[in-house]
Design a protein around this ligand. Sequence first.
Ligand code: SF4
Length: 339
Amino acid sequence: MTMSSGEAGLLSEPPLLEVDGLFVEFRTRDGVARVLNGVSYTVDAGETLAVLGESGSGKSVTAQAIMGILDVPPAVVTGGEIRYRGENLLAASEERRTEVRAQGIAMIFQDALSALNPVFTVGFQIEEQLRVRLGMTRKEARARAVELLDLVRIPHATRRVRQYPHEFSGGMRQRAMIAMSLALDPDVLIADEPTTALDVTVQAQIMDLLAEIQAERRMGLILITHDLGVVAEVADRISVMYAGRIVEHADAPSLYRRPGHPYTAALMDSLPRLDLKGAELNTIKGLPPSLLNIPPGCPFHPRCLMAQDLCRTDVPTGHRLGLGRTSACHFAEELVRSV
Ligand code: SF4
């Protein structure tokens, strides 16, 4: 059977956003920190990818590289591509990157208080983008800002729109940030630890809100977090990062059922268990490596309970564990079988 050109076009459509073999170094006075070492992931419309790992694993640096907001210098991108709808953003002009940043890919940050400008009202900060980017009048932009605050369930939006960030609670500020990031209707939203500073109840509300908005708008959502518990309900796929690499990539149900990398297993073990009240929390022994001096072989070997001699000398590459599932561990197959 022959394929029509329309069908061929559909089949070859590139992912919405694709990070492909990204390398980033920070050239500092103390030496070269290899912050990203060949990071690859994709996200498509209507999909939630969780990027998981401890501080310093490279999750946020990857997001900053996607947004084009890395501090250059000391940061230098030394390899790879970041493609938005097939276009390599690393080769694009600054003007084009600003355009994509405004309407294609938006980001919400962990600390809404420092991300919002304290001297302008919340409404003004939303409206400014609408006027500058979409050419709305003041009146149109105000009406849209109120709609957006309503959308993120800020009560009394017509009054709140005239208030300053310090007049909002932590949870409300995070909602305002989400409203701001949605103003230009982005295709992809990157949420960098969006609930870390909030209490557990508000965390759950914000996660529900993000999941709902993402499903309604068919956005691609990249959720960056150090907490496997936060993403359990919402992620379609999970990429686990360690020392600037993706060490495991899997669909969420498979990963929760059987972690395919000892680091993922250790993260899961350190989750608090409701059924073991009063029990001590497991923690991962040791610290993540200095990126100025990443250990040879598998970077996780000094902390890994399964480490063997091979791990101290040979860098594990991505072992396929099934459709769309990889693990950078020499013993991934044994681990998956043993669980
Ligand atoms: Fe542990 Fe070796 Fe696997 Fe690295 S390669 S995670 S050290 S077992």
